[in-house]
Design a binder for this molecule. Structure first.
Ligand code: SF4
Length: 202
């Protein structure tokens, strides 16, 4: 099956998720729910989420259910989309963004596409719809030869850019892509996230 056929197999109103975490402090400003989507065909050397590359179904979950999960935790003041490539599931993420924004949360996304590509003719379907909902976009692929390892930097490689669409966030670009965070879940399993956008289960 091609990547497009796999994406087309996701029912409308659903996301193919790679992972989820509440109250992350290292994936954007403030305390955030992070939604990692499954599927990325970029294959950047040095990618920290190679398990996200496959477009096969990992976890199908409705947008309504993800929104409910995010809003059930008052510790989430914003939401970050990561991956995988969020813009291959742009329509469902735009719907999710609309729902959480109505509840007062802000929304940010990472993308391996540049902003220019997302605004161009070859952008993934509904990219404009998702762009319209974002307060912040971190765009551009991870380029290992341009890697930054600094507690001062919100991006992982020098080519990536922080696009602030909502001026309220001009002075809130304070997180670092160089930090690691460990979440211990109720079932005892752990999620390690933060460093260069990674998501690891252990
Ligand atoms: S670094 Fe990001 S854009 Fe690159 S392969 Fe990994 S998930 Fe895809």
């Amino acid at each position: 099956m091609t990547q497009q056929q796999v994406i087309n197999n996701i029912p409308p109103g659903y996301l193919n998720l790679m992972g989820y975490v509440d109250e992350s402090q290292v994936n954007g400003p403030g305390s955030r729910a992070v939604v990692w989507v499954q599927g990325c065909k970029r294959e950047c050397a040095g990618c920290f989420n190679t398990a996200s590359w496959s477009f096969e179904t990992n976890e199908l979950i409705s947008v309504a259910e993800v929104a409910e999960k995010i809003l059930a935790n008052p510790g989430n003041t914003g939401v970050t989309f990561s991956g995988g490539e969020p813009f291959w599931q742009a329509e469902a993420l735009a719907e999710l963004a609309q729902t959480v924004k109505k509840a007062g949360l802000n929304v940010m996304s990472f993308s391996g596409f540049t902003l220019e590509e997302l605004q161009g003719d070859k952008a993934p379907p509904q990219a404009a719809k998702l762009l319209k909902e974002l307060d912040i976009l971190i765009d551009g692929p991870y380029v290992e030869s341009l890697a930054i390892n600094s507690p001062e930097s919100p991006v992982s490689s020098r080519n990536q850019k922080v696009r602030i669409f909502n001026p309220e966030f001009e002075d809130k670009i304070t997180w670092s892509s160089d930090l690691v965070e460990v979440h211990i879940l109720k079932n005892g399993s752990r999620i390690v996230t933060g460093y260069k956008g990674q998501l690891n289960f252990c």
